[in-house]
Design a protein around this ligand. Structure first.
Ligand SMILES: [Zn+2]
Length: 462
């Protein structure tokens, strides 16, 4: 009995925290109305607050499970608090929602109930993915279901728990750089990897095995485990890169090239060179780099890929960190295998976007939609519509898809000739306001993604 006042204090504090959380949640309610994923998370938090509050009220200090139950509520409250933070950061007026919905639709063949929440990252200028979020989400759901299972609202939230929920970040400083947002496909690739557990088998080159075995007796285990951890982390990044190319074609490669043309390796990420090598293999496998058959609007691509790979080469043998060196050599030896596994997965799930028509929508002429969209951009028209000829020879307008829109944007921006042409639409003389033209291009692309998104939502409800 002596412990009771303390326990009551603990309960009161928890209950106060939950009430505060609920108030903060209600405050941002109106802002999440138009953002599917933020709204989903908002609802889930609301239901969970109800669930754990009820549980807190009913728990009996005399119960043997009291301690565990209260600790669990504390943990879930912490998670809910963090989740609310993401909902706040993922507010629709700050983040371009249309691209989020378009990306969700893109991964639907893999994870039919996919949800993506895009948040701003205010510190680094990097795109990012929140690891291990799925477990936290599940912990929340488990708690609210177990103790509030009869509440239909709770059941509703549980039924819509996504098979993939990716919280991804985009750099606040690049808010309007919609072409760079192709990099979000890499982050979503991490989500796909988690759901589908894609882990391509790799083969160790002899040199790496030899060097690992040369480690001093007492150090072998440490070196091996460092090497394994590093290789696995880097491989996850490469798989996400491969999936990003599957989903969006050359666009994510271009984003990475602009963002990190020559990044050094780190504990978590391989050097840019390894990533470009992998993406180059993927682009080749998806037929974007066929030397004798490059479509005119992508004529700049093969050279750009070569430049990216060659410009990021570094004397790996001189890297001071042995584990980095071995991980690079090991994975470089396996880029083909990694690309193959990821692309085979994409094809199996019908979400690979390749030039030779793996995407059923583009089966007749894989390049046609992009060609048309490039032409629209060069007339300062948003690239949102593709004209198709039906089986009966009728011409029909169709909403363009995200990969074609983004790649058309890059096809204008990355090709010096086309870029000049685009800049000249707005200028009489030589290009003086590159910044202004870039802004106009981004606006056209964003407008297209927006329009297509609206059309799709209408189509879905009609
Ligand atoms: Zn990554």
């Amino acid at each position: 009995m002596g412990a009771e006042p303390n326990e009551d204090h603990r309960r009161r504090e928890l209950s106060f925290r939950l009430r505060t959380l609920e108030r903060a949640l209600l405050d941002i309610g109106p802002q999440v109305r138009w953002a599917r994923s933020a709204r989903f998370l908002w609802n889930l938090i609301r239901v969970s607050i109800g669930g754990v509050s009820a549980q807190l009220r009913s728990v009996d200090p005399a119960d043997v499970e009291y301690e565990d139950t209260v600790s669990n509520i504390e943990t879930v409250t912490d998670v809910l608090h963090a989740l609310l933070g993401y909902v706040e950061e993922g507010q629709p007026e700050r983040v371009p929602q249309a691209i989020v919905s378009a990306l969700e639709d893109l991964v639907r063949p893999i994870a039919p109930k996919s949800r993506v929440l895009v948040c701003y990252d205010w510190t680094p200028s990097n795109y990012g993915y929140l690891e291990a979020f799925r477990e936290e989400l599940n912990a929340v759901v488990r708690t609210s279901v177990r103790h509030d299972a009869v509440d239909p609202k709770s059941q509703e939230a549980v039924n819509v728990v996504p098979d993939m929920f990716a919280i991804v970040f985009l750099p606040a400083a690049e808010q309007d750089s919609v072409l760079l947002h192709a990099a979000l496909a890499h982050e979503i690739g991490h989500g796909i990897c988690e759901v589908a557990a894609i882990d391509p088998p790799t083969v160790m080159p002899d040199g790496v095995v030899g060097e690992l075995m040369e480690a001093e007796d007492g150090e072998l285990l440490g070196v091996l485990s460092d090497f394994y951890v590093r290789s696995q982390a880097w491989k996850r990044e490469l798989v996400a890169d491969a999936l990003s190319v599957c989903l969006l074609g050359p666009a994510p490669f271009m984003s990475l090239y602009r963002l990190a043309p020559n990044a050094e390796p780190s504990e978590t990420h391989p050097d840019s060179n390894l990533r470009f090598q992998l993406m180059s293999v993927c682009l080749k496998k998806l037929c974007f780099l066929n030397e004798d058959n490059v479509p005119p609007d992508l004529s700049w691509l093969p050279d750009t890929v070569t430049r990216a790979v060659e410009g990021s080469q570094s004397a790996v043998e001189n890297w001071p960190d042995q584990v980095f060196r071995l991980a690079h050599t090991h994975l470089e030896h396996n880029v083909e295998r990694i690309a193959e596994t990821a692309i085979a997965f994409g094809m199996e799930k019908s979400c690979a976007f390749g030039r030779d028509g793996w995407d059923a929508d583009y089966a007749q002429d894989a390049d046609a939609p992009r060609h048309q969209l490039v032409r629209r951009i060069l007339h300062a028209v948003p690239p949102d519509t593709v004209e198709r000829v039906t089986d009966k020879g009728m011409r029909q307008d169709q909403a363009a898809r995200l990969p074609a829109i983004l790649n058309a944007g890059w096809a204008v921006y990355a090709d010096p000739k086309r870029w000049l042409q685009f800049c000249q639409i707005f200028e009489d003389g030589p290009v003086q306001h590159e910044f202004e033209s870039r802004r106009k291009l981004q606006n056209l692309v964003l407008k297209a993604i927006d329009t297509v998104n609206v059309k799709r939502e209408w189509g879905a409800t009609a």
